[in-house]
Design a protein. Sequence first.
Length: 268
Amino acid sequence: MERVGLVRYFLAMILALTLATEVQAKLVAKTVEYQQDGTVCKGYLAYDDAIRGKRPGVLVVHEYWGLNDFTRKKAEQLAGLGYVAFAADIYGQGLVTTDPKEAGRLAGELRGNKPRLRARAQAALKVLSGTPVADPQRLAAIGLCFGGTTVLELAYSGADLKGVVSFHGGLTSPQPEELKSIKAAILVLHGADDPHVKAEDITAFQQAMRQGGIDWQMVFFGGAVHTYMNPAANNKAAGVAYDARAARRSWQYLQDLFKEIFAVKGRD
């Protein structure tokens, strides 16, 4: 075989092997059922099977609409960054709604029962921790709106987390006796013009973080209101609207934090 022919042959072989690898690598995404206090929950697991060995795990908690396609997409985004993502079903039974009144009722019932809310989040975290491809020593949790409140409560419960990120979530504060139990670095990303979170709640949260000596950060995005991460939010008059700039910057803050707490490069 002539030299030019050999070069072409080897180039073709390299291309074939590359394409074969790309075909084999894929996003694994599936529903995973688990239970909490007799309630069947239907979470959503996503990861890239091209990555070898264990990798950091991220719990994702939905808005007050329930575990819908928007939340699943966030889990898939995290999988694309090289993490194992598990989207929790906090309401149970895979319950999802588009009715604001029903969503408010479902979220309100759990917000008014913190032990139950924390137990639901802890059950989902246990599933993530036990996932074979997840590193149980490198876990974090993120939440949107109602989910932001949930992951903060999970951190306050003393969960073994490296970090927690709340996107435009309701702000609660830990009890003084819980401050020493918080292990996670806490990042709160917040719309500066969000009318749904009271100024006194922001103040109380910050005071608690200072009192406990917690590793925390709170970032305000000018012009952004509630639910600014969700492209479907479109009622700024009601204080609920998507903001592409705030969403993009918030996601970058998340990536920066995860690269630090997990000591990995991740994927841009």
